[in-house]
Design a protein around this ligand. Structure first.
Ligand SMILES: [Zn+2]
Length: 107
């Protein structure tokens, strides 16, 4: 199952009234909130393109700046690519919310 399929299944479950008819209102809300939290966690693992504001790149989830050049954050968060013969450091994940970042079109 792909992450997209898992998110679709969760959406279907949340909106399936028949599924929830035997739950109390509180139980339904608690269960649906757990499903929504799971969906958000899955979504952050699917790389998403940064939003370019004209100067810098921002996380598409939370708006935190994601960087191609910072060097003072844990090494594990970076992928290192060769660009014009020099190394470029890119955040693989947003340091604020954990959203995976897709740099595939950035050359
Ligand atoms: Zn973020």
């Amino acid at each position: 199952m792909t992450p997209e399929e898992a998110m679709d299944r969760i959406d279907i479950m949340i909106s399936d009234d028949k599924l929830w008819e035997h739950y109390t209102q509180d139980g339904k809300i608690a269960f649906q909130n757990a499903l929504k939290a799971s969906r958000e966690a899955i979504k952050k693992k699917v790389p998403a393109k940064p939003v370019h504001d004209g100067v810098e790149n921002q996380c598409p989830q939370c708006g935190n700046y994601v960087s191609e050049t910072r060097e003072n954050i844990a090494w594990v968060q970076y992928e290192v690519i060769e660009f014009d013969g020099s190394e470029v450091f890119r955040d693989k994940y947003c340091s604020e919310c954990g959203q995976a970042i897709d740099w595939s079109d950035e050359e």
